[in-house]
Design a protein around this ligand. Structure first.
Ligand SMILES: [Fe+2]
Length: 166
């Protein structure tokens, strides 16, 4: 394995991560249909995530690689996180928020690492892309952090109402 191979493999991990999160967010947007504000934010981040995947793909191709075998590696980790919520669970909304919060942090860690690799290798264009994506992920993580208490209470309130009506 060459340094270039390793670098391309890391970029492919980031790409796989974005594609997996894209799938999860599509599902989460659907499941948040009764909560327009949350749904809108998820859809907004879904568009950003698609943009990120394209940006990373461009970095891979600029470095002479391709994204063909992308379902491997890091994708399995995020699958374990984003797959945690079942559509049948009553508390899907908070489970999804927790999965997204975890995913954002996994992405932040990945882009920190990748940005460092890009700087070391001298691929300044990729380093700038990582910096920009990192900023988007941090913003989403902050939004989730603010929303999680509210979503938690929403879930509690719903079950409490069910209890009262029994
Ligand atoms: Fe992203």
């Amino acid at each position: 394995m060459t340094t270039k191979d390793l670098y391309l493999a890391w970029m492919n991990d980031a790409y796989a991560l974005e594609k997996n999160i894209e799938e999860a967010l599509e599902r989460h947007a659907d499941q948040a249909k009764d909560y327009p504000e949350i749904r809108q934010k998820i859809n907004q981040h879904l568009a950003t995530t698609r943009e990120h995947a394209e940006l990373v793909r461009e970095c891979i191709e600029r470095n002479g690689g391709n994204v063909s075998g992308f379902k491997k590696g890091m994708a399995n980790i995020v699958g374990a996180v984003t797959g945690a919520a079942s559509g049948l669970a009553k508390d899907t909304l908070i489970k999804n928020a927790l999965a997204e919060y975890s995913s954002e942090h996994l992405e932040m860690a990945s882009y920190h690492s990748l940005m460092n690799a890009a700087n070391t290798i001298g691929d300044m264009q990729t380093a700038r892309v990582c910096e920009r994506i990192l900023d988007d992920e941090q913003q989403m993580a902050r939004w989730l952090e603010q929303q999680i208490p509210m979503i938690t209470n929403l879930e509690l309130e719903r079950v409490r109402e069910e209890e009262m009506s029994r």
